[in-house]
Design a protein around this ligand. Sequence first.
Ligand code: TXA
Ligand code: MG
Length: 363
Amino acid sequence: METEWIRNLENEENKPALERAGQILQQGGLVAFPTETVYGLGGDAFNPESSRKIYEAKGRPSDNPLIVHICRISDLEKVARDIPEVAYKLADAYWPGPLTMILSKQPSLPKETTGGLETVAVRMPDHPVALALIDAAGGFVAAPSANTSGRPSPTLGKYVYEDLAGRVDMLLDAGQVGIGVESTIVDLTGDVPMILRPGYVTPEMLEEVLRKVELDPALAAGPLPDHGEKTLPPPKAPGMKYKHYAPKGEVTVLEGDNDKVSKRLLSELDEQLLLGRKCGIIVTEEMEHLLVERGFDLAKISVKHLGREGDLEAMAHGLFQFLREFDDEGVEKIYVKGVDEKGLGLAVMNRLKKAAGGKIIEV
Ligand code: TXA
Ligand code: MG
């Protein structure tokens, strides 16, 4: 199939494309679309054949359930049942927005969409194109992130095209997304709400609405080194057990104060450059100054700029894009300083640790 790549969606002449995209979904086709977090690969949530196509296009194991995207809170009960009061409170506070809730599924929702589970992941994205598409499609769009399995989630239309050209009918390209990391997933089917995947909606924000919220213990334990390892508790979101967000280069996370990290960074870079390896760093302005002050020639490596120290939004926004750029540049060794696992830092470190496959150095 040929993928129709629609850009400049804000232009009047491209408006009909949204209607067509809705029809494609209603007829069982696939459409990639922007959300406020990352791009999604959408199919009709009530069509089992569409869900099968999504797994195939992504090369994703079919036991890894999809998120059902809706555009009206009143549609929640059409996909979920026994909905607790807290779900509506969370929806009031954070929908549309980067929050996914796990609830008991309606029997009418195909098991292909939920990876065979009796629960369903639901969210209402905060993006005008996403909301218009869901509406045009009839209200229920199943969508994982629009990357091929194992690659960083796409934050730009061109990365979706790179991964999925020829495997989706249409790509709605609205440029760079706002947040850059996937939604927070909170499981509301147990006694105490549990965060299965950290995201832009932080534990602190959830606690403003919920009396208590727990973190899936598997998150604290860090990522599984590889598929088969069974020594750690399995994460409750099936997707979190897979190796993920991995760029081709090897990522090392350095933790410690700027002074120590910059010294270690210099010795690591010198060593790797001597070995002839292509190196890249993701740095704050402060760290960059330290490196230059100590006489390092930044022109020898690939440098990705974050804002100032502590700007976690900039880190979330740029992380996946930087990892993909390093791939395109053939960077073999990637270094980045870790952040505090507080607030949005929890989501950023979760993605970083996965990208690093557990390679974290305390200096
Ligand atoms: O921000 C996002 O959430 C993006 C955009 C496109 O909405 N979507 C996204 O989907 O990140 P995906 O498929 O890449 O990640 C969904 C995660 C997976 O780890 C999956 O295992 C988990 O949600 N999940 C889905 N349904 C679940 C369920 N019923 N119980 C537990 N985990 C579930
Ligand atoms: Mg994904």
